[in-house]
Write a protein that binds this ligand. Structure first.
Ligand code: ZN
Length: 254
């Protein structure tokens, strides 16, 4: 089985000590291609170097809402130039996160809106992070979604929100949280959405599944929640893998 991990922070410092081992374990599990989204401007060069060294890694560049306090207006201008020069597979990750507070709401929305405009300008899809902000994310995408669409990664909304996003040209990245028994809403979304709507992702080193609670997450583990997704969709993992790979290939132009 061949799989694409559509969202893995392979540049994360938590992989520095054994990144080759992580990649080897992923390859042994069939994960042949990995999309690597960015978090802050000062890490773009690490991602570029990482992806330059391996044909199977695909970079995305952007300003992640978790790090809203580190971002500066100048980084948006830098991103514009960087996208022009590097031609990544996507802009990301970007978005809104009101989990901790809404203190930076205005700045978060400006960063997100301007990155959506940059994605349109550079004809790129976007990798979107939305936490405790799904309706506001959808509202911004309605106004500014780039023509190439994108993915709302580690989707955690309702089926209604999933359908609204899909209608806007967005796919839903499904992380290992789908394996949690309490994730009823997400399991219903995975069961109900059309084939074209879903992507598979680890979000490693974050978001380990139930079987790896407390551990660092790894791309190799996506095989485990692929099986759960296949069960929910009443198909077999091999068939679902073909569908999910095609979705990632189309979205990112792999
Ligand atoms: Zn991420």
């Amino acid at each position: 089985m061949h799989l694409i991990d559509s969202h893995c922070h392979l540049d994360d410092d938590r992989f520095d000590a054994d990144r080759d081992g992580v990649v080897a374990r992923a390859a042994a599990a069939g994960i042949e291609r990995i999309v690597v989204p960015a978090t802050t401007a000062n890490r773009w060069d690490k991602i570029r170097d990482l992806c330059a060294g391996n044909d199977a890694f695909y970079p995305a560049y952007g300003l992640h809402p978790w790090f809203v306090e580190q971002h500066q207006a100048a980084h948006l201008r830098d991103l514009d130039a960087w996208l022009e020069r590097e031609r990544p597979v996507a802009l990301g990750e970007c978005g809104l996160d009101f989990y901790n507070s809404r203190r930076d709401e205005k700045w978060q929305k400006r960063l997100f809106g301007e990155q959506l405009a940059l994605a349109a300008r550079h004809d790129l899809p976007v990798i979107v992070h939305a936490r405790k902000a799904m309706d506001e994310t959808i509202a911004l995408l309605r106004r500014h979604a780039p023509a190439r669409g994108g993915v709302v990664h580690s989707f955690a909304g309702s089926e209604q929100q999933a359908r609204q996003l899909f209608d806007l040209g967005f796919r839903l990245g499904i992380a290992a949280t789908v394996g949690f028994e309490r994730a009823r809403k997400l399991r219903a979304v995975v069961a109900a959405m059309p084939d074209e709507a879903l992507l598979l992702e680890s979000d490693a080193p974050d978001q380990p599944g139930a079987a790896h609670r407390g551990e660092r997450n790894e791309p190799a583990y996506i095989v485990e929640h692929l099986e759960i997704m296949a069960e929910l969709r009443q198909t077999d993992p091999e068939t679902l893998a073909v569908t999910l790979n095609r979705n990632a290939e189309r979205l990112f132009g792999l």
